[in-house]
Write a protein of this length. Structure first.
Length: 416
């Protein structure tokens, strides 16, 4: 049997992916993809999962999960993607459009999905739109790059790989010092002792012991649904499950009268979900300064001292000339850098980075990782880096790894 074509389109943070997806799905002509002109295509993406989830919640219409009692919202990312793929294949499309299919999946689930997609590609056309080179399926036959709305084909796979292998990216200069450091009085910032958590009778965390000390760099890994988000929410004060547990945060026992807001002032927190949804008309300068006021966006008049500090961060990031630009108009990679500066402007004792490189292209992810390395080496801030990807540029000499298994227990590895 003849092997169908398998297309890979490498995107970056300026690519108009929505435009080319819409053209593919409504059979509009696309140069170099004429073969798909009159074929039926369906979309496999996070946005499709969100669309079906919205249907369930708003109209109580179960489509992806009609054969089970479980709602789409309560499933892990891996389970949601399996349900969507199963549904799409039942519609018998001529081709599938895959948009960053491995984002937000643990390593084991990524491997399973990659094997399944390769198997599908043996009998069905697939069009991959991916921002990371490592996500391209090994069965790919035709390679493209999408810059803006322009699709550029490559004559050979060799030419594609040679042109798009990234170079090392580094920042010059040191990170700015805070106006007033938020010092932690204790060496131990966070201490879990025999912490167990269950939801609706299902054990999520089982007898967790975990201590985070000043200046340490932790990678938090584990399968989807293993309890990583629960651990983080207990640290940030956003989970009621922390009460009654043997949990100490910044030297104070949980439930001993601490203020959630005082707790949050000692934590820098960044997740792309917040950044990507923020649409306010705030300048880059004001977005960074807002970190001094624990708000997203600035709603008070900044002082000259605050402006000078924001300018130091913007110069480090190479974005000083854009200081008056609106945050909402930046690329995804630039937004992440600004939000990192916002989270670090006070040099908090603890910085939590929750899937910080998800959805970024390779150059933007490498730049973000270099900034993380710089913060780790030039500050006393402890870092928790949560990611399913093993970012190659992260400096291993800083790292400890906490592996939350799907049994709710943990494994711990200290790297030299």
């Amino acid at each position: 049997m003849h092997q169908p074509k398998s297309y890979a389109i490498l995107t970056n943070n300026t690519s108009q992916t929505r435009s080319i997806i819409d053209k593919l799905l409504v059979n509009m002509p696309i140069p170099a993809l004429q073969q798909l002109q009159d074929l039926k295509g369906l979309l496999f993406s996070r946005s499709e999962i969100d669309r079906f989830m919205d249907e369930e919640e708003r109209h109580d219409i179960k489509i992806l999960t009609k054969e089970t009692q479980q709602s789409l919202k309560t499933m892990s990312s891996g389970e949601q993607k399996k349900a969507l793929l199963r549904y799409l294949l039942q519609q018998e499309p001529d081709f599938l459009v895959l948009v960053n299919p491995f984002d937000n999946l643990d390593v084991a689930t990524q491997a399973q999905l990659k094997e399944q997609l390769c198997d599908i590609a043996s009998s069905k056309i697939v069009v991959q739109l991916v921002s990371r080179l490592e996500d391209i399926l090994p069965v790919t036959t035709d390679f493209f790059k999408l810059d803006g709305e322009q699709l550029y084909p490559y004559e050979t796979a060799k030419a594609f790989w040679e042109e798009n292998q990234g170079q090392a990216i580094t920042f010059s200069g040191n990170i700015p010092q805070p106006l007033q450091a938020l010092e932690a009085t204790d060496t131990e910032l966070v201490k879990f002792e025999k912490v167990s958590v269950s939801f609706d009778g299902r054990q999520v965390l089982d007898q967790i012991d975990w201590t985070i000390k000043r200046g340490e760099f932790w990678q938090l890994i584990g399968p989807n649904g293993s309890g990583k988000s629960t651990l983080l929410s207990m640290i940030t004060g956003d989970s009621h499950k922390a009460y009654g547990q043997d949990l100490t945060l910044f030297g104070q026992k949980k439930g001993s009268g601490e203020s959630v807001w005082d707790l949050k002032k000692k934590i820098g927190y960044f997740t792309p979900a917040v950044t990507d949804k923020f649409q306010g008309y705030h300048s880059l300068e004001h977005m960074i300064i807002s970190g001094l006021h624990d708000s997203i966006g600035l709603y008070v008049i900044p002082t000259d001292t605050e402006k000078r500090l924001a300018h130091e961060w913007l110069k480090l990031l190479g974005l000083y000339d854009k200081r008056a630009n609106h945050f909402r108009d930046l690329s995804a990679g630039e937004k992440r850098l600004i939000m990192m500066a916002r989270a670090m402007i006070k040099h908090p004792p603890l910085l939590i980075l929750d899937e910080p490189t998800a959805g970024l292209d390779d150059p933007s992810a490498a730049l973000f990782v270099d900034l993380v390395n710089k913060i780790a080496s030039e500050s006393d801030t402890a870092i928790i880096f949560v990611s399913h990807r093993k970012e190659p540029g992260l400096h291993p000499q800083f790292n400890y790894i906490l592996n939350v298994r799907d049994t709710g227990s943990i494994g711990r590895v200290g790297l030299p």
